[in-house]
Design a protein around this ligand. Structure first.
Ligand SMILES: [Zn+2]
Length: 414
């Protein structure tokens, strides 16, 4: 029987923990991120980020702008309390190295040693690729609740994470509401009957060269304010039956992309694959025939031309938060022998795949990027400088110097 004495005893035991403790995602969302048949809306996710930030010195929220539908576009700065106390100083170092005119190599080395790596990670922008935006609350919680873990401490001491719950808040709200309304009905897996972003839908990832959309402008403006050295955008889904696609990109890659930055992206892709194997998460692949980097307008590739290691990954997806079991008969004929390949070392055997699996793969991937940034902090900052320095020098001695588009055109509207 639930006596009053027993109730008071429980309150006495729980209350100090609750005061000192951090809210778990499930305590605010009502379920664990990635749970079967559950999707958090943007409003729920932002509510969680606010509650978590209010209880920890390792996290601060920044409102970067508004979406097309008027929602706040917010990101979290996650780092050590010391770094956050000196955030303006570290931001100035990142900005100085990103704009190298007038700096000497010796000064750049000194700044790179003193600075911190800024890493942008977000929950994606193609909102029917649902796992990205579900993994960000979990990632935030796992970083700020494990500050005494030496691996997490190394990240928080060397890196400032800029974590966006999503970079398409309207889309997350629309898709999560649509799915949650349909769960358990014959329409559970049905496609969204409207665009998940005002005006443009999926092609919000093709806008980075002209910034037509307010969300693109918010991002670009934020990047110029903070000048991160790494930008990582989560997507779904990988080429079936692989479980996650990682850089290096497929051919062809962008021309005139800075060499050292392209090498950093390749290294990061391999660092993620290693991290996944360390966690027993098999089925990572690279390159292949999908996901080339030819098109220069992807939000997660265009920053390479500004000397930032920018890339995306593609984690496996069935549909929304509905689990699915695959058999070997679902696999293409040439993949049924589960043969190891050079860039697909650990073939995924068929079986159950749930949203939680995708969320877990994404979290390992994000943490592997942060671990890489912590270990290579100094060279990431210096390479940003070196790449900018070399691009400026190139522009002084090698064409093209500029493109002139004549006003008189055969087809003026085009
Ligand atoms: Zn995508």
């Amino acid at each position: 029987m639930w006596t009053r004495a027993r109730f008071l005893l429980v309150v006495a035991l729980v209350a100090p923990l609750a005061a000192a403790g951090l809210p778990t995602p499930e305590s605010v969302l009502g379920f664990r991120p990635g749970a079967d048949y559950k999707l958090a809306t943007y409003e729920q996710s932002l509510d969680y980020f606010k509650k978590l930030a209010a209880t920890t010195k390792h996290m601060k929220l920044v409102e970067a702008g508004k979406t097309s539908q008027g929602r706040p576009m917010t990101f979290a700065l996650i780092s050590s309390p010391d770094n956050l106390a000196k955030i303006d100083h570290y931001r100035e170092i990142a900005r100085r190295l990103a704009h190298p005119q007038g700096l000497t190599d010796a000064e750049a080395h000194r700044l790179a040693r003193e600075g911190r790596a800024f890493v942008h990670i977000d929950g994606g922008l193609h909102s029917t690729e649902v796992a990205g935006a579900q993994h960000t609350p979990q990632l935030a919680y796992d970083l700020v609740s494990r500050t005494s873990d030496p691996d997490v401490k190394a990240i928080l001491d060397n890196v400032v994470l800029m974590l966006w719950p999503t970079i398409n808040p309207d889309g997350q709200q629309i898709v999560a509401e649509w799915y949650m309304k349909n769960v358990g009905t014959p329409y559970e897996l049905s496609g969204l009957p409207r665009l998940y972003q005002e005006y443009v839908g999926h092609d919000n990832n093709r806008d980075a060269y002209m910034l037509n959309m307010v969300e693109s402008r918010v991002l670009e403006h934020t990047w110029r304010q903070w000048e991160p050295q790494i930008i990582y955008v989560h997507h779904q889904s990988g080429p079936f039956p692989t479980r996650i696609w990682l850089p290096p990109f497929s051919e062809p890659v962008g021309i005139e992309a800075p060499y050292v930055i392209s090498r950093e992206v390749n290294m990061i892709g391999m660092a993620i694959a290693k991290g996944l194997e360390e966690h027993g998460q098999v089925g990572a692949t690279h390159m292949g025939t999908a996901f080339d980097a030819w098109y220069p307008g992807y939000v997660d590739y265009a920053p390479n031309f500004k000397n930032i290691a920018a890339f995306w990954t593609e984690t496996a997806l069935f549909q929304y938060a509905t689990p699915h079991t695959y058999t070997i008969d679902d696999f293409p004929q040439n993949m049924r022998d589960l043969r190891e390949q050079s860039l697909y070392s650990s073939p995924w055997p068929p079986g159950l795949w749930r949203l939680r699996d995708a969320v877990d793969y994404m979290e390992t991937a994000s943490l592997s990027v942060l671990e890489f940034a912590a270990k290579y902090k100094e060279s990431l900052l210096y390479d940003r400088y070196q790449s900018g320095r070399d691009q400026i020098a190139l522009g002084q001695k090698k064409a093209p110097y500029a493109y002139i588009v004549p006003r008189e055109q055969r087809d003026p509207v085009a």
